[in-house]
Ligand binder design. Structure first.
Ligand SMILES: *Cc1c(COP(=O)(O)O)cnc(C)c1O
Length: 374
């Protein structure tokens, strides 16, 4: 039987995710599938939890990957912590902050949104002001806003939120594995990530971690968690304890891949990995500058792993922005990302996530861009 798989061309993934996958991770995906309650597989689950704790800088007991992509992690955090009428504050400066607002609203929470200009970071004095006016149960923010390339000051926001007594919920989908994410030190109560960004694993799992306070909140709920699949009160019986019991069949081979991806990162060493991302970012900015391309975000607020590049006016006027991306993909097998929302058509998003963040990839992209833009 013929199918399309033999026609897949290796693509240099330099967009907002997925990122390039190391061979060790592909090999892990192809290992023999074990049963989801096989004792050897349970040892692998425990190894994943330990590795995740290290990468997330946390001692949180409840740290594990949820089945599903980053959005499943987002849903897990909100759905387990919120009950109808709970007051939530969402700090928004891009697509993923907006998504949090939508999600929290669907749960019947009372959602306040504090919006900041896209392409700029969350401002602390505005957060402090909002926290003085209201008592929130949860305050949520995106660490690395993938839609704009902005890094939000999570550590500083965490201090303000802790003083207010609210739970602090953080999206670390793009930041985890590419820059420090200090869950405990930054006083984060609920955090989620995704495998296909800086963890350099195919999409399909979402690491999540809950602090002791968040677990306490979960235990003291008055209502059942309204989503059966993501209900942590049930899922922990599969991920924790001596007698593991079935909840849903774990995506076994995806979990092998995550285990391998985390080992790759920890073997290279977290400081080395972060330094590689920074160095790659600096090289890219220098090379883009030489091509006459400017960055959207000011240097202090820039993410290393997601680079928002302003599209030159002559290209916007010629309506050829999509054509440039198409040529990169068709002629060079390189993928970069388009702008989203108000930034659609205004920026390109160049990812330097995980395994992608290497000099040779930057050279390949910039050489191709040079030809395509001339
Ligand atoms: C990609 C991303 C998500 C959503 O993850 P999916 O894997 O696409 O579901 C959420 N938040 C941020 C910041 C992201 O970059």
């Amino acid at each position: 039987m013929q199918n399309l798989l033999s026609g897949i061309k290796p693509t240099l993934l330099m967009g907002p995710g997925p990122s390039c996958v190391p061979d060790a991770v592909y090999k892990a995906l192809a290992m023999p599938t074990l049963g989801h309650l096989d004792p050897y597989f349970i040892r692998i689950m425990d190894e994943i939890k330990e590795q995740l704790k290290t990468v997330m800088s946390t001692k949180n007991h409840l740290t594990m990957p949820m089945s599903g992509t980053g959005s499943a992690g987002m849903e897990t955090c909100f759905v387990n912590l919120l009950e109808p009428k709970d007051k939530v504050l969402i700090l928004i400066n891009g697509v993923f902050g907006k998504r949090m607002q939508d999600l929290a609203s669907r749960l019947g929470a009372e959602v306040d949104a504090l919006e900041f200009e896209w392409g700029t970071p969350v401002l602390l004095d505005k957060v402090e002001e909002a926290l003085k006016k209201n008592n929130y149960k949860v305050v949520a923010v995106v660490h690395a806003e993938t839609s704009t390339g902005v890094c939000n000051p999570v550590k500083e926001i965490g201090e303000l939120v802790a003083k207010s007594g609210a739970l602090f919920l953080v999206d670390a989908v793009t930041s985890l594995g590419g820059m420090p994410v200090l869950t405990d030190e930054w006083k984060i109560d609920a955090i989620y990530s995704g495998t296909q960004k800086c963890l350099s694993c195919p999409p399909g799992l979402s690491p999540v971690s809950f602090s002791a306070r968040a677990v306490e909140t979960l235990k003291n709920r008055k209502t059942k968690v309204p989503n059966w699949y993501l209900d942590l009160t049930m899922i922990i019986n599969y991920w924790e304890g001596q007698n593991r019991s079935y909840h849903h069949t774990a995506p076994i081979n995806m979990l092998y891949a995550l285990d391998a991806a985390l080992s790759e990162i920890l073997n290279e060493g977290l400081p080395t990995v972060y330094e590689r991302h920074k160095k790659a970012h600096n090289e890219l900015v220098t090379k883009l500058d030489a091509l006459g391309l400017e960055m959207l975000v000011t240097p202090e607020a820039r993410l290393p792993m997601l680079n928002a590049v302003k599209i030159p006016k002559k290209i916007i006027d010629a309506k050829s922005e999509a054509n440039i991306r198409k040529r990169l993909l068709d002629e060079y097998n390189i993928e970069i990302g388009a702008g989203l929302g108000p930034l659609a058509g205004q920026i390109w998003r160049i990812g330097l996530m995980g395994h992608t963040a290497r000099t040779e990839n930057i050279n390949t992209l910039c050489n191709a861009l040079k030809t395509v833009l001339s």
